[in-house]
Design a protein around this ligand. Structure first.
Ligand code: THU
Length: 308
């Protein structure tokens, strides 16, 4: 089945009342308020979420959405599939057990319709208020009409450049630490599975990539000592093989006073992470100290910089 396509724009909205009034004055129809709960799973490819929703006090319904999206801030397009889910509770347990949950986004959404554009006035738990424009494109569309109507509404609703948000709610919540506890659990499982019969020093690492997916790795030693791999290297291998490109957050865990990545692994992390990327140094009970990559590796070697 061909995926559906949307043209979307999301922005922070300091004054939802004003936006609502402007949309209604422009002819948008108020469809009422939805309560939505999105549970994101750690997908191997793209993004996977279970949406549960109800209109007003109506019954809950649920569907599973898999989608991929380029995070281009100025009116993104996305491709997705939708599957109705009659038993969301059971599916959530199954997907959590097999893939792991990365984050849960809860919000109230006032839905308005203007021509083929959905206007969302969203109040998101832990993030604040936003306006979203979403034009659903028919299969044969070249998207130019959708882009035009989104641009017109953008002007009417007075959405400023600086309020436009390139990332989704899940990524925004993840950036503010929503996945750290889950990463700690993942690192603990990896640490417990480490293969370290020679040093008996078990290390587990969890990484979050730019899609929100979580990856983990353990140290794997070898009787021919130099062939051993650090947990960071294993986790980075898992991230790359799963299609990840960036490290947004890392947890390194060992049962010692304060585990710090070895020198070589600081360079390995630096290949995929930024100076400000948070590295949580953890013991089995949880995070003991949080540092940035720049704290661990000032004066990092960067081949591109070195050659410029
Ligand atoms: N180790 C890691 O996996 N990561 C680090 O950052 C420090 C050291 C492993 C390598 C070896 O298997 C064991 O810990 C003892 O050095």
């Amino acid at each position: 089945m061909a995926p559906n396509r949307n043209v979307e724009l999301k922005a922070r909205d300091a004054d939802p009342e004003k936006t609502l009034a402007a949309a209604l004055a422009h002819g948008a129809e108020d469809q009422g308020v939805l309560t939505q709960r999105d549970t994101y799973f750690s997908a191997r490819e793209g993004r996977l979420k279970l949406r549960e929703e109800r209109r007003g006090d109506g019954p809950w319904s649920a569907f599973l959405i898999d989608y991929s999206r380029a995070d281009d801030p100025q009116a993104r397009t996305s491709a997705y599939h939708l599957v109705d889910v009659p038993d969301p509770g059971a599916l959530k347990v199954a997907l959590d057990a097999s893939l792991g949950t990365t984050v849960v986004v809860e919000k109230f959404r006032r839905l308005l319709l203007w021509q083929d554009v959905r206007i969302h006035l969203d109040e998101v738990d832990g993030l604040g208020t936003f306006v979203e424009l979403e034009a659903v494109a028919p299969a044969e569309s070249d998207l130019s009409g959708e882009h035009r109507r989104v641009a017109e509404l953008r002007q009417v609703l007075d959405i400023a450049d600086e309020d436009v948000e390139a990332t989704g709610y899940a990524s925004l919540l993840l950036a503010s630490g929503a996945a750290t506890d889950r990463m700690v659990s993942l690192a603990r499982v990896a640490m417990d599975r480490a293969y370290a019969p020679y040093s008996n020093f078990h290390v587990g690492v969890a990484l979050r990539d730019e899609t929100g997916a979580l990856h983990s790795g353990a140290n794997v030693e070898n009787g021919a000592f130099p062939q051993g791999a650090c947990a960071e290297a294993s986790a980075i291998g898992a991230l790359v093989a799963a299609g990840g490109h960036r490290i947004e957050e890392a947890v390194v865990m060992a049962d010692t006073e304060l585990i710090v990545p070895c020198g070589g692994c600081r360079q390995r992390l630096s290949e995929f992470a930024g100076k400000d990327t948070k590295i949580h140094l953890a013991g089995p009970e949880g995070v003991r100290r949080t540092v940035t990559l720049a704290d661990l590796l000032p004066y990092a070697f960067d081949l591109e910089e070195a050659q410029s």
